[in-house]
Structures are given as C-alpha cells and as structure tokens.
Design a protein around this ligand. Structure first.
Ligand code: SAH
Length: 219
C-alpha cells in the first residue's frame, strides 16, 4: 500500500522531483504549485499499465476517450489561476482522473469538481480517499451549468474546451474571482483568463492549448 502511493523506480519521489525540475526549467515559477506537484503522486491517477509513464511531461489516456492533462499545462493553469493571490473556493469543470483537482486541493481551501462521465468520477473519488484529500467535493453533472448550490466561486478552472465560455460559469464567479478556461474548436484553442471586477468581466487571451471538447449533457 505504502509503496503503491509513494512509488518505486519510475514512479518514485526522485522521478517526481525530476518532473518538477523540468516544469521549472520550462517556465513554471510558482513555488507553491511546484511543491504541490512534487507531493501528489500522478501515477495513482492513471491505469497501472501506464504508471511508468506518469512522470513524462505528456497527456495520457484515462478511458472514455478522455485524457489526463499534460503536467506542464496543469501547472500552468494552476499558476495562472492563483497568480494574484490565494483563493478559497475553486470549481473545476471536468474531474477526469482527478489529478488537477488533487493538485488544487493542496493549494486552496475547498475544491468542487464536476464530471459528466460517472465512471471516471467514481475512480477519482477513490483516489482522493486513498490520498487522504478531504477538501474535494464531487458531482456528476453537465459542467456547462457549473455547480449553483456552492456558487459563487473565487476561482473556476475548466479542463475541457467550450467554443464559448458558458454564461453559467461567468455568473458563478465571485467579484474579484478568476476563471481559466481553454476556448475554441480543436486545432484553434487558446487559454483564456477572465477576471471579474466590480465593473464587469476582463478577458485576457493567453497561449494556444489543446484540450478535449466540453460536451453537452451527462452520460
Ligand atoms: N482535469 C482532468 C482532465 C480530464 S479531460 C484530469 O486532471 O485528469 C476533461 C474531462 O472533462 C473529461 O473527463 C470529460 O469527460 C470532462 N467533460 C467534458 N465535457 C464535460 C461537461 N460538459 N461537464 C463535465 N465534464 C465534462
């Protein structure tokens, strides 16, 4: 059990440290984000057959046509979300493997995460339990609708790309809050940061990215 969590060989702490060094070389500057990624064992979030590849800087399949995001992009989105200071309550759209939510759980007080594929979310829930992460709430639903019951959020992070930012997500952002979301069709997506001020929404278009599409409805 301990070995399973801590990892050995290709899944060891040393391998994790090397990934974090690489992220730092590639431009991730937030020490808090790097530390969280040093701590969370990514190999727990992929199937056993792929565990030896968990610390490569690459996206990996998690079933149902979905992928666990590339470590660099997890680090980058988290860093952008937290750039202007700590956040208390963060909503993630697209739980997937649960890895991004687990990283967030080390950095903010409360994580809320929604996923449309029930089977993926069940696995994620088990992983959070195994790692003793108790500040993550999960819900099986269409993430385009956000999670009105716990709104407003200080931060919202989407890990699947809509063609346009769903209005419900903007509505559930607290004043002073920040939303990070990949936007656009496959092949032409950009990362977008929206800050909600007392005057309204301020949008910043950042780098090109490649995410699975944000679907409509549950399955
Ligand atoms: N954050 C995940 C990335 C998973 S990929 C991780 O760290 O592993 C994106 C996820 O978004 C997929 O699991 C997909 O099923 C989910 N998704 C796509 N459209 C959705 C929607 N409308 N509502 C909720 N989840 C959605």
């Amino acid at each position: 059990m301990r070995h399973h969590l801590q990892g050995i060989g290709m899944t060891s702490q040393r391998t994790r440290d090397r990934l974090v060094e690489r992220l730092s070389r590639e431009g991730i500057t937030s020490e808090a984000v790097l530390e969280a990624m040093r701590e969370i064992p990514r190999h727990i979030f992929v199937d056993e057959a792929l565990a030896s590849r968990a610390y490569e800087n690459t996206a990996l399949p998690i079933g149902y046509g979905q992928t666990i995001s590339q470590p660099y992009i997890v680090a980058r989105m988290t860093e952008i979300l937290l750039r202007d200071g700590p956040l208390r309550r963060v909503l993630e759209i697209g739980t997937g493997s649960g890895y991004q939510a687990a990283v967030l759980a080390r950095l903010v007080a409360e994580v809320y995460t929604v996923e449309r594929v029930d089977a993926l979310q069940r696995k994620a829930r088990r992983r959070f339990r195994e790692l003793g992460l108790r500040n993550i709430r999960l819900k099986h639903c269409d993430g385009k609708l956000g999670w009105p019951g716990y709104a407003p959020f200080d931060g919202i992070l989407a890990t699947a790309a809509p063609v346009e930012i769903p209005p419900a997500l903007l509505a559930q952002l607290a004043p002073g809050g920040r939303l990070v979301c990949p936007v656009g069709r496959r092949g032409g997506q950009r990362l977008v940061l929206v800050a909600r001020t007392t005057q309204g929404f301020v949008e910043e278009v950042l780098e090109p990215v490649s995410f699975v599409p944000l679907m409509t409805g549950e399955r």
